[in-house]
Design a protein around this ligand. Sequence first.
Ligand code: PSU
Ligand code: MN
Length: 299
Amino acid sequence: MSDEVSTALRERRGVVALESSIIAQGLPAPVNFKVAQECEAGVREGGSIPATIAVLEGRVLVGLNAGELEQLADPDRHVAKLSSRDLGVAIAAGVDGATTVSGTVTVAKNVGIDVMATGGLGGVHRDANVTYDESADLITLTRNSVLVVASGVKSILDIGATLERLDTLGVAVVGYQTRQFPGFYLRDSGFELDWSVESADEAAAAFARHREFSITSFIVANPVAVADQLDRHLHDEALESALTKNHREGVRGKAVSPALLAEFAGHTGGLSVQVNRDLVVANAVLGGAIAASLARSLA
Ligand code: PSU
Ligand code: MN
């Protein structure tokens, strides 16, 4: 753990865990390194301390310095993608790994960090009835009570099925200033939510009550800003093209989400990367404000 993060935890200040798979697998170089730094700055802007989580040469790091962030962002290092189940194996093997939401939440909970921020959660894939492809993010959210700020789930997924799974699994989902579930690159996925909160303080208060009754996580669904969202027509075209390409090439397993995101970037001429950047940084700022509020209420 970095000195800054361990001091912040000891002093019970707000700390926000940031995932690293978005850096190593989700976004292209060289913008990935910039986004990683912007997310850290965003958490500070929100009033908390950032703790980016990753594995480097078999060591779990909570709070990375600029050099370590740069190593993760380097495509030549072929950093592995680590969900919860991969952590122990990667550590024992002494390799580099970037943690998904699943891996990040697992480590965060282990060291006492209550809040994390990401872009879009993983979930149920559109062909899950055949492939059984459902992100480990979902099951991990049933085992660790962490508040996760995300712009919904990635729009490459079956959003309705993912919301049903979150319901079954007992994971709380509240919209941030909206009752429409966000659609990652788009503000509105077309699915409605039962609950919303109007402020960071309200989110923190609801999470504190949630934890008195449940060991599951709590999702704060924060839509991308109106001005930043992708054009809907372009979005739908890119999605169609990405799904067709993945199907044709038989992409499977961990490679599915990164391949779909990369195809989206290609089809939109990089516009989707900019939207992803804007939304994940906004989620880091909101995470920072919620963690600070939570820390104040526990003080
Ligand atoms: N959010 C983004 N980009 C990403 C991810 C989230 O804006 O690349 C990553 C997260 O790490 C998430 C992972 O946990 O995608 C889901 O991968 P899979 O579908 O293979 O479980
Ligand atoms: Mn998968």
